[in-house]
Design a protein around this ligand. Structure first.
Ligand SMILES: Cc1cc2nc3c(=O)[nH]c(=O)nc-3n(C[C@H](O)[C@H](O)[C@H](O)COP(=O)(O)OP(=O)(O)OC[C@H]3O[C@@H](n4cnc5c(N)ncnc54)[C@H](O)[C@@H]3O)c2cc1C
Length: 458
């Protein structure tokens, strides 16, 4: 490896940068959390600490025509940060500084490797709130959240990651540094490059700094669980809550399989006979929160809820929220899990739930569904016996039917995890050839050598 021109150039031109070259070290960067993926082994892994080091890494890679994989915490679920044979992975773990919390303008400036939960804690200590909260928030990074335009549990009220971003500093494919905005809440000068780069999964530019929008911390949440005897009635409640104009901060769904798995893992005393459960939370001030949950309960009961229970206190609410976040891991205790990420308009959630049920039966696959029902974003988790030789073929068949069903309902093949490398053939089916041609033109203009995360998204 000492004679590898990439490694030699990096060592000569940026001797301070940490570089992993041993196979055993590089192996840890082969996969993201899409664990069933077949991915390549990076040729080298660099862990820069400054934007200037990133610039030099990109220049070297461009000169040598070496592909680059930007990587945050590697919790992605579409293979976006997975290794590519012969490529340089740039991991942002060591660029993890919160540079500034500007209380006057309600802004935080951070490096991309900051863990989402660390930013939340730091701003909470000043009475502020950074909303984006993927279920993986304790482990995923802001750079990865920007790369995927991550969603989460409170998107239903506060939007996806993009709704909390004012500006980015990025390194382009030729090593140029640009800033896409400032601290202005309103700024319409030119095209919104900020929004172009968010969700581009490292294929258009590399984020080295982000200026994020904060809010004053909302009051502690009130939490309610509603149980339903059928999936349809839970779906009808989701559609009913949207139609009633309610804006809960959390509107999450679990069907029977993840309810039981979460209950087994956390001993919560959930109603395991229920076909589905909704977790509904309000963070409105004072009595408004109680009023919001009362209205939500009325909608749920009209839709057929068999029981509605409130969390006794904030600690119990934290346990319930934690159990929802861990639903995927609860299912992983039962076998090998492959998570999907379909989305539909909220009014079509009941139909999507019905479609998932019939697809599971048709292919004889156990599917546990949970997700951000308030956004119409559902995660059907396919659970196989470990070592099941039919898992791969069945996954492909189920995915095809799930995606077709979502698209037929006016939905999407991915609500928040991204096209990455796992859903590429569906991009054109969903968006159409003309839209994909525009995307290819943008990619060619910004990355003419095609070195930024090739084979992802497009
Ligand atoms: C249990 C579990 C629960 C999850 N829950 C949610 C959820 O609720 N909502 C949700 O949206 N996702 C969820 N995810 C998926 C994942 O956590 C998110 O996609 C997250 O945003 C990825 O962050 P990361 O730091 O791990 O990024 P990575 O996986 O390392 O990278 C993600 C993408 O961003 C790109 N990227 C990373 N850093 C940069 C950078 N500096 N510049 C340019 N591109 C970059 C990568 O190339 C890749 O394409 C979950 C995952 C798990 C395992």
């Amino acid at each position: 490896m000492a004679s590898d021109p990439l490694v030699s150039a990096i060592r000569a031109r940026i001797p301070a940068v940490r570089l992993l070259t041993e196979p055993i070290d590089r192996e840890g960067y082969r996969l993201d959390e899409t664990s069933y993926l077949r991915a390549g082994l990076p040729r080298a892994v660099a862990l820069p600490t400054t934007t200037q080091e990133v610039v030099e890494l990109v220049r070297i890679a461009a000169e040598l025509r070496v592909p680059i994989v930007p990587r945050g915490a590697g919790t992605g679920l579409s293979g976006g940060a997975a290794g590519i044979d012969g490529a340089l992975t740039i991991a942002f773990t060591a660029m993890d500084r919160i540079i500034e919390i500007d209380r006057e303008n309600l802004v935080a400036v951070v490096q991309p490797g900051v863990i989402n939960a660390h930013l939340k804690e730091a701003v909470a200590a000043q009475g502020l709130f950074y909303p984006p909260d993927p279920a993986s928030f304790e482990t995923c990074s802001i750079g990865g959240n920007l790369g995927t335009n991550a969603g989460g549990l409170c998107c239903v009220k506060y939007g996806q990651t993009r709704d909390s971003v004012l500006s980015l500093e990025v390194v382009m494919a030729d090593g140029t540094i640009i800033r896409t905005g400032g601290r202005n809440l309103k700024d319409v000068a030119g095209y919104s490059l900020t929004h172009l780069f968010i969700g581009s999964q490292g294929t258009l530019a590399i984020t080295t700094e982000a200026t994020l929008k904060l809010r004053p911390a909302p009051p502690p949440r009130l939490t309610m669980l509603a149980f339903f005897a059928t999936l349809e009635s839970a779906g009808a409640a989701v559609a009913g809550l949207a139609a009633a104009g309610l804006s809960p901060v959390t509107l999450e769904l679990l069907d029977q399989f993840p309810i039981a798995a979460a209950d087994d893992m956390n001993d919560l005393g959930l109603d395991r006979t229920a076909a589905a459960m909704l977790m509904i939370e309000s963070d409105m001030p004072g009595v408004a929160a109680t009023a919001e949950l009362e209205m939500a309960e009325a909608v749920c009961r009209t839709a057929g809820a068999t029981d509605c229970v409130r969390a006794a206190d904030t600690q119990e609410a934290d346990w319930l929220r934690q159990a929802r976040r861990a639903a995927h891991y609860a299912l992983e205790r039962l076998g090998e899990v492959r998570m999907e990420d379909v989305g539909v308009p909220r009014s079509r959630v009941p139909e999507m739930l019905r479609a998932i049920e019939s697809i599971a039966a048709r292919h004889d696959v156990r599917i546990g569904t949970f997700g951000h029902a308030g956004d119409g974003n559902l995660h059907p988790d396919l659970v196989f016996e470990r070592g099941d030789p039919t898992a791969e073929a069945k996954t492909e068949a189920v995915k095809k039917d799930l995606y077709r069903a979502a698209l037929d309902l006016g939905g999407t093949v991915t609500g928040e995890h991204g096209i990455g490398s796992t859903r590429r053939e569906w991009l054109e089916i969903q968006r159409g050839p003309d839209a994909v041609r525009v995307m290819r033109a943008i990619k060619a203009a910004l990355d003419p050598l095609g070195i930024l995360n090739p084979g992802r998204v497009l």
